[in-house]
Design a protein around this ligand. Structure first.
Ligand code: COI
Length: 331
């Protein structure tokens, strides 16, 4: 059996090599992403292991299938960049890694929330300018606040556990109710109820066509004045222009964004200087003391990266050998 792995970064390579040695399976690591210009390299392999934010296009998927590659394993959780029609048409089996480390995401969400509440960004700027005064930057305490968690999958539940540890009151919204959380009575029936009650809203939902820009002017209008927004999920969930308006009006008191709707090609790139970042809206957000932008780093922990590589390889072997895997994605 031979597997090709695309988009392999330096931080992933040791975990890939270790897996290959332990399993005695040949894995060709390619640094380039899977696209029209690199897909031919997959000829002769039994399966492909991939991670990228750019689209897996119909043309690329058709070609993979024409090479007989019907086993595609993503090293991440989100599948919103996969052409679903091409997957179905070619009968390609796809796996993701749904739980490489829910805590990695939840810990960043909580870290950034606490930074917002304790105004650390503002104090860092003040201190750098020799201003060691307290006022007017008085903080809020999480144990006095209600956190509304949207989507209670593994990541949402990990976030709930951490927020609970700080003593916050938790409410949650999801179409599917987790039985344990249901017993605790934390679910509200509608997003409107969550918007009306939450001091902090923590987003943990995948991106779908239906929830694109779910945080738009109308949704912000239903939220409490001074709400804090935490988004380590997907940029497409938030209408950036509406968020900027809500920050300007004070409706939103602070936002922690690990994702951004136009992040592809921008995040994980070194532009050399702040001015050279080619996105004015993003710079508008970054410049604000009450907005914390991170370049999609929530997943970037040693545990998560190791699991992403090794779980995806294991799934790919299962697809090749058995034609199925427990992490198979339904399209
Ligand atoms: C995902 O797993 O879908 C993520 O968002 C993390 C990715 C940037 C590696």
């Amino acid at each position: 059996m031979k597997i090709i792995a695309y988009g392999i970064r330096d931080d992933e390579k040791p975990y890939l090599d270790q897996w290959s040695k332990d399993k005695g399976i040949e894995v060709k690591a390619v640094a380039e992403l899977l696209d029209e210009s690199t897909v031919d390299q997959a000829k002769g392999y039994d399966g492909a292991v991939v991670y990228q934010q750019k689209p897996y296009t119909a043309e690329v998927l058709d070609k993979l299938a024409s090479f007989g590659i019907k086993s595609l394993s993503l090293r991440n959780v989100g599948v919103d960049n996969v052409d679903a029609d091409a997957i179905k048409r070619n009968d390609i089996k796809v796996t993701n890694v749904p739980a490489y480390s829910p805590n990695a995401i939840a810990e960043l969400a909580a870290t950034q929330l606490m930074r917002l509440l304790r105004r650390t960004n503002t104090f860092d700027c003040k201190i750098a300018n020799g201003d060691l005064r307290w006022a007017p930057d008085i903080a809020d305490e999480l144990d006095q606040m209600t956190v509304g968690v949207i989507a209670t999958g593994r990541i949402g539940r990990a976030a709930i556990n951490i927020y609970k540890g700080f003593g916050a009151k938790i409410i949650a919204y999801d179409i599917f109710h987790n039985p344990e959380l249901e017993k605790e009575g934390i679910y509200v029936d509608t997003l409107d109820e969550l918007y009306a009650q939450a001091d902090v809203i923590s987003l943990h939902s995948p991106a779908t066509k239906e929830n694109e820009h779910m945080f738009n002017d109308e949704a912000f209008g239903k939220m409490k004045d001074g709400v804090f927004i935490i988004n380590p999920a997907r940029g497409a969930l938030v209408d950036t222009d509406a968020l900027i308006r809500a920050l300007d009006s004070g409706k939103v008191a602070g936002a922690a964004l690990d994702v951004y709707e136009d992040e592809v090609g921008i995040f994980n790139t070194d532009f050399g200087s702040f001015d050279a970042i080619p996105d004015e809206r993003l710079k508008n957000l970054i410049k604000r003391e009450n907005v914390l932008v991170t370049p999609h780093i929530a997943f970037f922990t040693k545990t998560a990266v190791k699991n992403m590589v090794q779980f995806a390889l294991n799934s790919n072997v299962n697809l090749i050998e058995k034609g199925s895997d427990e992490s198979q994605v339904k399209f």
